[in-house]
Write a protein that binds this ligand. Structure first.
Ligand code: NAD
Ligand code: GLY
Length: 359
């Protein structure tokens, strides 16, 4: 399967198949260029040899980062820059990100900075990275004062997705990726949402055809949105359905306790619930969302002990906000999202309270 992100001179293909890590033709265009693979300890043990075997020439450097969101920082970047300089990478060299969203975001940012910008390829190995972070060119690292606060828009020259890599992914990580897949149905495609209702068990059972379809449909929705609004001046923000509530959960619980997708799942329920209470959405969409999120193995409640005030405090820091009001992605129908601060604030508070566990 092949998609394109139509961004003029920065356009690139997204290749999706069950055996792309064995498809040498996808890497042939890299012949003659210096290559630097960036991965982490976990993914290197699983897929580094396979990737090295399919490249047109040996990589000039291989950077194996420690595994974890806590290493998505300046030290990790320095590790990449040190290796790149030691290997004398030049302006026509290419970095290859082999891993999940952490490796992809860091490699992309390193490629954006190294000698003021070199090419990079995304080879995402988590479901979240295959359906979201590898596409669209958001790259960056965390700062102690905020997640993803240091970064750049830098598009890859290709995204090569091998859905067979998902076979080794821990089930909890698969579920976290499914939250983003469900998001695409909610914001852009009611038929896809219904397809997910019919195929959730196949997806969790790692059925190859089902996974490829889910990745393909998710990437095509994201690619179309990114092509319209590369740098999130407007419509791209709908990709953040549930993320404003979800970030509050991640911030409160400490990064790593709740996976991003788990927090987004609860956040999406809050956004759908508020849309229902505003009269914009029929109540059955909330029931269907709840059922689908549960079947994806995702949580249905915010963490015990969190309060409405703590949500509001964290949500006030969201990048979408302007002039002090909290802007949210809400639904006007199943498959139709809007960015709005035109909701009833008291109802928003009630919604947060409704998804907190009873004491
Ligand atoms: P991750 O990169 O931490 O990967 C999750 C875990 O799975 C890690 O332990 C990793 O080593 C392991 N892993 C990866 N592939 C594997 C495989 N095939 N088999 C076994 N284990 C494997 O997490 P993630 O969920 O992929 O990405 C989260 C990151 O992505 C966050 O830093 C987030 O900010 C970022 N993100 C970026 C964007 C974007 O647009 N750039 C969008 C969403 C999220
Ligand atoms: N993950 C949201 C975006 O890429 O805009």
């Amino acid at each position: 399967m092949l998609l394109h992100v139509d961004l003029g001179e920065r356009a690139y293909p997204i290749h999706i198949a069950n055996d792309n890590l064995a498809n040498a033709s996808l890497f042939a265009a890299l012949a003659g260029r210096k290559l630097c693979i960036v991965t982490n300890t976990t993914v290197a043990a699983l897929y580094l040899e396979k990737l090295q075997a399919v490249l047109p020439q040996p990589a000039d450097c291989v950077v194996v980062l420690p595994d974890g969101e806590q290493y998505k920082n300046m030290q990790g970047m320095e590790q990449i820059f040190d290796a790149a300089l030691q290997a004398r990478l030049n302006r026509s060299s290419v970095m290859i990100a082999l891993g999940g969203g952490v490796v992809g975001d860091m490699t992309g940012f390193a490629a954006a900075c190294y000698q003021r910008g070199i090419d990079f390829v995304q080879l995402p190995t988590t479901l979240l990275a295959q359906v979201d972070s590898s596409v669209g060119g958001k790259t960056g690292i965390n700062h102690v004062l905020g997640k993803n606060m240091i970064g750049a828009f830098h598009q890859p020259i290709a995204v090569i997705i091998d859905t067979a890599t998902l076979k080794t992914l821990p089930p909890r990580e698969l579920s976290a990726g499914l939250a983003e897949v469900i998001k695409y149905g909610l914001i852009a495609d009611a038929d896809f949402f219904a397809w997910l209702e019919g195929n959730m068990d196949a997806l969790r059972g790692l059925d190859g055809e089902a996974l490829q379809h889910a990745v393909y449909r998710s990437c095509s929705i994201k690619a179309a949105i990114v092509a319209r609004d590369e740098k999130e001046g407007g419509i791209r923000a709908i990709l953040n359905l549930g993320h404003t509530f979800g970030h509050a959960i991640e911030t409160w619980s400490g990064y790593g306790q709740w996976l991003h997708g788990e927090a987004v799942a609860v956040g999406m329920l809050m956004a759908v619930d508020l849309s229902v209470r505003m009269g914009w959405l029929p109540v059955d969409v909330l029931e269907r969302s709840k059922a689908l999120i549960a079947r994806a193995g995702l949580p249905l409640q915010a963490p015990a002990g969190m309060t409405v005030a703590q949500f509001l405090e964290a949500m006030a820091l969201d990048k979408k906000n302007i002039y002090g009001s909290i802007r949210l992605v809400l639904l006007e129908g199943l498959g139709s999202a809007v960015i709005s601060d035109d909701y009833d604030v008291a109802q928003m508070h009630q919604v947060i309270a409704a998804w907190l566990p009873c004491e």
